[in-house]
Write a protein that binds this ligand. Structure first.
Ligand code: GN1
Ligand code: MG
Length: 375
């Protein structure tokens, strides 16, 4: 049975006024299935229904509890008048029995959210304003959660951003060669090997002892920020990987999509370049909202995140390619290989230009200090 055929029954379990017959597939996520549902009343709010991919998110209770805790915290902060808790934070819709997900008779898990109207998200950034607003959004998100006890959050995907673990998964995929594709990826594997040691910064015990663990989003692709119709940041979405982590993870994963002049899966590697003005704008917005709570070491670690994330994403896509495409949804054969190649190309350029990237971060820090001294 097609997944959308479950929807009419599924929605009857949620405390909502959604119309079941008109579910339209929504968004460009690689993991869950999302549908936009209209309200029974023509002028009523829309809903977002998501089927949770439980082969990846096995602990749906833990995942849901994380989302509730984090959204509650954010909503309570905004309720002091500084913002609109319904528009600036995701809202989960309960089922009739007071849970925040529903399991259908076939065993699929579903959650429902309020759909935020008059907003948009971009897979790619095109203006400095968008980049700046994205930086502000993730900076504010981290800042509002900087007093939240990150250790209470479930580790919904263990070792999610642990590159040592990701490299071990790649090694296992190489040894098993399940899809028989090993012969075609020697160049990629050589690059992975060449840089592996330099990527271990966050796994070193000295780093772990000095770098604070915080609440991080862990999936800060630019399309996970909703902007309003004036391209101003409104709401950070896709909170299912919110866990304890390092701020540089979120910075690096965001920059991966912001600085790239091409798509995440660009086939023509020549189109992949760095858009430094967008990088600078994001960094400015991010630091304006985050510098107040960041330690000096966290600021120094940002560049490490910028280099790690395209590398690690390349490793993850390559692993899935070798395993026969079991993790990420693909749109055509060898899609994961194409994605991996694009991410490794971005990594190569970032590696070469790292001093320049670092200089921009420092310039933005200094600009911020100067403007604060004068303000
Ligand atoms: C996945 O589902 P989506 O598109 O938000 C992945 C991220 C990757 C991203 C790459 C749970 O996110 O870690 O960075 O694809 N999410 C999970 O585009 O693995
Ligand atoms: Mg996601």
């Amino acid at each position: 049975m097609q997944i959308s055929n479950y929807i009419p029954e599924v929605i009857t379990n949620f405390n909502c006024l959604a119309k079941g017959g008109h579910a339209a597939p929504y968004g460009s996520g690689h993991i869950n299935d999302s549908f936009l549902l209209k309200n029974e009343h023509a002028d009523g709010p829309h809903y977002l229904l998501q089927r949770i991919n439980t082969s990846i998110f096995s602990n749906v209770d833990g995942l849901t509890e994380n989302m509730l805790r984090v959204t509650d915290h954010l909503k309570r902060k905004l309720a002091d008048g500084s913002g609109d808790p319904m528009k600036e934070v995701m809202t989960l819709i309960p089922t009739h029995d007071g849970k925040y997900y529903h399991r259908d008779p076939a065993g699929n898990y579903w959650r429902m959210l309020h759909f935020l109207s008059d907003t948009r998200s971009y897979d790619m950034v095109s203006t400095e304003k968008q980049a700046y607003q994205g930086g502000k959004a993730f900076g504010k998100f981290q800042s509002m959660l900087s007093d939240f006890p990150s250790e209470v959050l479930y580790e919904v995907i263990p070792n999610f951003h642990n590159i040592k673990f990701r490299l071990a998964q790649l090694q296992e995929a190489i040894e098993k060669n399940l899809a028989g594709r090993l012969d075609t990826v020697h160049e990629e594997l050589a690059l992975v090997k060449l840089h592996a040691d330099a990527m271990l910064y966050f796994q070193q015990p000295e780093t772990a002892s000095m770098l604070p663990k915080r609440v991080t989003h862990n999936d800060t692709k630019f399309n996970n920020v909703l902007l309003n119709s004036n391209d101003e940041a409104q709401c950070v979405i896709d909170l299912e990987t919110v866990m304890e982590g390092y701020v540089a993870y979120d910075f690096g994963d965001a920059i991966r999509t912001i600085i790239n002049t091409a798509a995440e899966d660009e086939a023509d590697l020549k189109k992949i370049n760095l858009n430094l003005p967008l990088f600078q704008a994001y960094t400015k917005g991010y630091l304006e909202n985050a510098a107040g709570f960041l330690t000096d070491l966290e600021i120094q670690s940002l560049i490490k995140g910028v280099l790690l994330f395209p590398y690690m994403q390349g490793v993850r896509f390559l692993t899935d390619h070798l395993n026969g495409d079991t993790y990420y949804k693909i749109k055509f054969p060898n899609h994961n290989l194409q994605r991996a190649r694009a991410q490794f190309q971005l990594f190569r350029i970032l590696h070469e230009k790292a001093p320049l990237i670092q200089q921009i971060i420092e310039t933005e820090i200094n600009n911020l200090k100067t403007s604060q001294a004068h303000g």
